[in-house]
Design a protein around this ligand. Structure first.
Ligand SMILES: NC(=[NH2+])NCCC[C@H](N)C(=O)O
Ligand SMILES: [Mn+2]
Ligand SMILES: [Mn+2]
Length: 324
């Protein structure tokens, strides 16, 4: 029997080539342990499965990057942000790692790390897609949280709650050592951003989503319409001719499925619903990159193996694994 074809994104020149970036970074929030996720995911066999079961040609430097050389000795708060220089330096480097794979027309899979790393991943694909195809890319952000706080309105100062603000330029900073390296080619339009799974959105974030008309499907919408209809509406908003970057925060899943994460929120997606989102995004043939973030194997230790298994399942689904 031949393997089922993994559909390739029609936007990639090497759709079966997978560039993997293992990002052991935890500086966007305050809990230790999230830096161990890429190692745990890889040790559980994720890359082997992608190679052997799904036929991907894996490009990986076999290094888990911790970006220690990028962490400055002094890193005082700036505009209420914690560790702004460390996060800026790490994400600047991640951005060029992701860009280097994406510019060759490879699919880019990034294993986080906390969600601040999306400042690097999304800016990297966005720039490569602009250069290669002369077009803007869309972002599907699957998360309990909107992660679109402008620094001044963040309740925590944790940058993992802010990446979409910097990526859309709702937050701007000109200092080159604090995200000033983000240029126009890195930016994503608020019209091309869609959220799925939201249930813990800060007051200021709700205001931003409303004011900028950002498309968002909360758990309420999923309860009302069902996951099938919600994914259909999310994809319809993006349109069928736009490359997609999928940023999946494992805390979008209910803690029942993914307890080992830094900011769990009850009332989330089932693992099947999470996988279904990934399967549907894959089926568009437009997916060019995926992030899996916020797996923290040291939290809720009894649930760590389950959380890692859930993460692997999400990645396989997004990369074309099918049930039949
Ligand atoms: N990537 C995450 N898990 N983000 C959680 C963010 C929580 C909260 N909204 C904050 O800004 O601090
Ligand atoms: Mn989250
Ligand atoms: Mn998040």
């Amino acid at each position: 029997m031949t393997l089922p074809p993994t559909i390739a994104s029609r936007f990639l020149s090497h759709p079966n080539h997978l560039g993997v970036v293992a990002v052991g970074f935890n500086g966007g929030q305050c809990k230790k342990g999230v830096e161990a996720a890429p190692m745990a995911l890889i040790e559980s066999g994720l890359l082997t499965q992608l190679r052997e079961d799904l036929d991907y040609d894996i490009h990986h430097d076999n290094i888990i990057h911790y970006y220690e050389q990028d962490i400055p000795a002094e890193d005082p708060d700036h505009r209420g942000m914690k560790k702004p220089r460390a996060v800026s330096a790490a994400t600047e480097r991640i951005s060029s790692q992701v860009y280097n794979y994406a510019k060759d027309g490879k699919f880019v899979l990034t294993l986080g790390g906390d969600h601040s790393i999306a400042i690097g991943t999304i800016s990297g694909t966005s720039k490569a897609i602009r250069e290669r195809l002369g077009r803007e890319m869309a972002v599907i952000w699957v998360d309990a949280h909107a992660d679109i706080n402008v620094p001044e309105m963040s309740p925590s100062g944790n940058i993992h709650g802010m990446p979409m603000a910097f990526l859309t330029r709702l937050a701007r900073e000109d200092r080159p050592d604090i995200f000033g390296w983000l240029k126009d080619e890195h930016i994503v339009s608020t019209r091309k951003l869609v959220y799925i799974g939201l249930r813990d959105v800060d007051r200021g974030e709700k205001k931003l989503l409303r004011e900028h008309g950002i498309k968002a499907f909360s758990m309420h919408d999923i309860d009302r319409h069902g996951i099938g209809r919600v994914v259909e509406m999310a994809l319809a908003h993006i349109g069928n001719d736009t490359p997609i970057h999928l940023s999946f925060d494992v805390d979008a899943l209910d803690p029942q499925w993914a307890p080992s994460t830094g900011t769990p929120v009850r009332g989330g997606l089932t693992l099947r619903e999470g996988d279904f989102i990934c399967e549907c995004v894959h089926e568009t043939g437009n997916l060019v990159a995926m992030d899996l973030v916020e797996v923290n194997p040291s939290l809720e230790a009894v649930g760590a193996a389950e959380t890692i298994r859930a993460g692997c399942s999400l990645v396989r689904s997004a990369l074309g694994d099918t049930l039949l």
